[in-house]
Design a binder for this molecule. Structure first.
Ligand code: URA
Length: 524
């Protein structure tokens, strides 16, 4: 006797990224014992209407990036089912599965909801599935999540704003056009809010648009490229700058295309320069070699890195999944900062200088940016400011190798005066561009508290301008809830009046000593 065909249940979700709707429907289907083959998943087309016509949404209400902070509990409450009687009203799934779902939902494949429901169903009926990472459905979901994360990374790297001349000259609107592959606009928007909090901006994409007015985010339907403003003077300047920093001797086309795939070129102003500059590169490199050195080569004496973080600084990890192992994740981040060109500083530095210390240090010390010595040696605080820092550590009885020591900005910014490289303070935009590396570093180390050395570090950590002299020696709370002690940067002491040095040094030690309990790993 042949089995009767299953009646099909059609589920229509509210939109392409309707994760709450999917959870609700999946719960109900499971409760009714509806097998995956009997469900067809559809999404309603995005609401039509005027650009930015939807209701305002508070940024806090918008889900952040998948994987950053799970916005959900790792259970899907399910009523007792008819086919599987249960006294429990809740269906448990591994927390990682929820995070995976939140990311896969953003994929553009129409089959994603079917796949996720099948996995959910199978998790309930095949206990062995949790232990089979090579299962075809699990592998497919992982690939889809990876594609979404890559698309999000590219959006963060390749959005280019143009200024819209409008009635409000003091606070112009900056508009960008971007073409993501997946439904990632809502998920990436909080990143741009954090990075460009003070700016008014809008990002237009074919399916979704988002606007930040300085206070709240609004999402609207898709747009067309012509809605974005034409090239502006700022862009012309960027092209001149790009042409000048383009170093033919460092051109690695394959790597460049891996980091900046061709599909993104059409919306990148600098892309029009790449082909002519690349085709000239061989001849220009030849001329650079023929011209010989203009100054004696610098001797670079690399210091051995402490064994806590070993890293190969040559590997390109422009698109990567962070390892679950914090030590490996920190190594990946260190390598990624090395190839980071999200602001112009990295192009001129020898290498990035990432943090170092024990992976789960209780105290993280954050400086401004590497100096000349740090840039050459690839380690933080090893130059003159580092010597003063070491003296303070010794006087406080804090073993430096128990701290995580890092900087707000990962590359050395300098100005050439003759043969000397003179430190230049990173701009607010440059520090903002680097912030996500510091945030990722903090998320891996998970210190009990942080010390901000100087205004750049304090601003990066506290998300607001900080008057260091007024706020020094006190604990503050960062927007992410971290405890942050603010004090002077050691370079400020080095630059100060030599007559006052010892007094200033004693006051600095006094500030730092507020964190002694944590540095020495006592209860906070
Ligand atoms: N100044 C900093 O802020 N960091 C260093 O690593 C060195 C000098």
């Amino acid at each position: 006797m042949s089995a009767l065909p299953l009646a099909t249940t059609t589920v229509t979700l509210d939109g392409d990224t309707d994760w709450p709707g999917f959870r609700r429907e999946a719960r109900a289907l499971l409760a009714r014992g509806t097998p995956p083959d009997a469900v067809e998943w559809h999404t309603q087309a995005s609401a039509a209407g005027d650009l930015f016509a939807s209701a305002g949404a508070d940024v806090d209400a918008v889900s952040d990036e998948p994987g950053e902070t799970p916005a959900t509990t790792p259970t899907l409450p399910v009523p007792a089912t008819a086919s599987k009687p249960s006294t429990s009203s809740s269906l448990s799934v591994p927390p990682a599965f929820i995070q995976l779902c939140e990311t896969v939902v953003l994929h553009s494949d129409p089959g994603r909801f079917g796949l996720l429901y099948r996995l959910l169903w199978r998790l309930q009926h095949e206990p062995g599935l949790r232990h089979d990472p090579l299962d075809a459905d699990r592998v497919q979901a992982q690939h889809m999540a990876q594609a979404v994360r890559r698309d999000m990374h590219k959006m963060k790297a390749f959005v280019r704003f143009r200024t819209l001349a409008g009635e409000d000259a003091a606070s112009p609107l900056h508009v960008a056009w971007f073409e993501p592959e997946h439904h990632i606009v809502e998920a990436v928007a909080p990143f741009f809010v954090r990075r460009f909090t003070q700016m008014r901006w809008a990002i237009l994409t074919p399916e979704r648009s988002v606007e930040w007015n300085g206070e709240s985010l609004r999402f609207g339907p898709g747009a067309i490229k012509q809605d974005a403003p034409p090239a502006d003077a700022g862009e012309a300047l960027w092209l001149v700058y790009y042409r000048h920093i383009f170093n033919p001797a460092r051109l690695k086309l394959a790597m460049m295309q891996k980091e900046m795939p061709r599909r993104y070129w059409r919306n990148l102003p600098e892309a029009e320069l790449i082909s002519p500059l690349a085709s000239e590169a061989m001849a220009r490199s030849g001329r650079m070699v023929d011209a010989g050195a203009t100054e004696p080569a610098r001797r670079i004496a690399p210091l051995p890195r402490p064994p806590s973080v070993e890293m190969d600084m040559t590997q390109d990890v422009s698109t990567f999944d962070l390892s679950d192992d914090p030590r490996k994740a920190l190594e990946q981040l260190a390598r990624a900062t090395n190839v980071c060109r999200e602001c112009p500083i990295g192009e001129h530095a020898t290498q990035s200088v990432f943090g170092e210390g024990p992976v789960h240090a209780t105290l993280m010390v954050v400086g401004e940016q590497p100096g000349d010595q740090e840039d050459l040696r690839g380690r933080p605080f090893v130059g003159p400011a580092g010597k003063l820092f070491d003296r303070a550590m010794a006087d406080l009885g804090w073993p430096r190798d128990r701290l995580w020591v890092t900087n707000a900005v990962k590359h050395f910014k300098f100005e050439l005066r003759g043969k000397r490289r003179i430190h230049k303070t990173p701009s607010q935009q440059e520090a903002a561009a680097c912030l996500h590396w510091l945030e990722s570093e903090i998320a891996q180390v998970r210190p009990v508290a942080l010390i901000a050395l100087g205004a750049t570090a304090a601003r990066a950590l506290l998300g607001r301008p900080v008057a260091v002299m007024r706020e020094r020696g006190q604990w503050h709370e960062s927007p992410r809830g971290e405890k942050v002690l603010v004090t002077l940067h050691p370079s400020a002491l080095l630059r100060g009046d030599p007559q006052q040095h010892e007094e200033a040094y004693a006051a600095w030690l006094n500030d730092l000593s507020q964190a002694s309990g944590i540095a020495l790993d006592k209860a906070p």
